[in-house]
Design a protein. Structure first.
Length: 317
């Protein structure tokens, strides 16, 4: 199926110095530009899906850094900014005095149609966790999930860095009828997750980058109230997530259990074994390999139990 891609690339290029913009226009042959990297005193680079190039032999100056900083929104405490009504993300690197000395301009894209392959899972009402390395398309998939689910359900997006709904107070059309709650700083994300459920009666909560213990606990609280969760977390695979002490609670957590002699003999294991501590917060885990390949664990509880017992439980590819 052909995906419809909207990237508002012109809006991003308007905040970039003209010489760099010209070089990008020459090199960009389609929808494969990922990031523009600008560091003070270094040559500017552009990263595409399958290549990285140097845009100019001239080193980046303070004036060029300031040119961009003056044209984007104010940087928040997580050193991220944006361009109003777009999905682009501008992240900065600061020196010890707090001055911006580096910028990463990441192209934000609304890709319509990406969710079709897992649409039946989304509409089943099960809570779904998306895993994958940075840049593989987790947020793009999440954004499309918000749009599709909001056609029939009450959906609230908890948007920590304005990456799902874009910068500014009016969310990007890519999230459809879903409502968006912005988060002042990442440290408050767990509080806004609970507030969304208590104040706005959603049927679905969309959350990007669950990365702290408090957020994992908030996700469990939301799931226990019968609200469907669709989120992303740091980690490439279900096995990675199990080894993360902060986030393993999302898939049930791990505890050491001492078995009786009889039970240990029956199982053919040692007396002390690892077992799942609780029901998983998320019913389904999807590992995003690339834009074309997904690995789906339909029954997270069974998959975790198998992994802890050293048995193979291959996902559906």
């Amino acid at each position: 199926m052909q995906n419809d891609i909207t990237d508002d690339l012109e809006a991003l290029l308007q905040v970039v110095p003209p010489a760099i913009t010209k070089a990008i226009r020459i090199e960009n042959h389609g929808d494969d530009l990922l990031e523009i990297v600008l560091d003070l005193g270094r040559r500017p680079e552009a990263r595409f899906l399958s290549r990285e190039i140097t845009l100019s032999e001239t080193e980046i100056t303070r004036e060029e850094i300031d040119y961009i900083v003056d044209r984007v929104s104010e940087f928040t405490t997580d050193n991220r900014a944006g361009i109003e009504r777009t999905l682009h993300r501008i992240s900065c690197i600061r020196n010890r005095q707090g001055l911006v000395v580096g910028l990463t301009l990441r192209v934000g894209r609304a890709v319509y149609g990406t969710i079709d392959i897992i649409r039946d899972l989304l509409e089943s009402g099960k809570s779904i966790l998306l895993l994958g390395k940075p840049g593989v398309g987790k947020t793009t998939l999440l954004r499309e999930a918000a749009r599709v689910l909001a056609e029939k359900k009450r959906v609230v997006v908890v948007d920590t860095s304005n990456e799902i709904g874009g910068d500014g107070d009016i969310p990007h059309p890519a999230i459809g009828r879903a409502r968006r709650m912005q988060v002042a700083t990442p440290e408050f994300q767990h509080g806004v997750m609970i507030e969304a459920v208590e104040n706005h009666m959603p049927e679905v909560i969309i959350i990007d980058e669950i990365g702290r213990e408090l957020e994992a606990a908030a996700a469990r609280t939301i799931a226990e109230r019968g609200v469907q969760l669709v989120g992303t977390a740091h980690g490439n695979t279900l096995d990675n997530l199990l080894q993360n002490p902060t986030l393993c609670d999302l898939v049930g957590g791990i505890q050491a259990v001492t078995l009786s002699d009889e039970e240990a003999r029956r199982r053919g294991t040692q007396k002390t074994v690892l077992e799942r501590k609780a029901p998983p917060t998320f019913d389904v885990v999807i590992e995003i390999k690339d834009w074309q390949h997904l690995a789906v664990h339909h029954d997270v509880a069974a998959a975790v139990d198998s992994l802890l017992r050293g048995r193979a439980h291959p996902p559906e590819i």
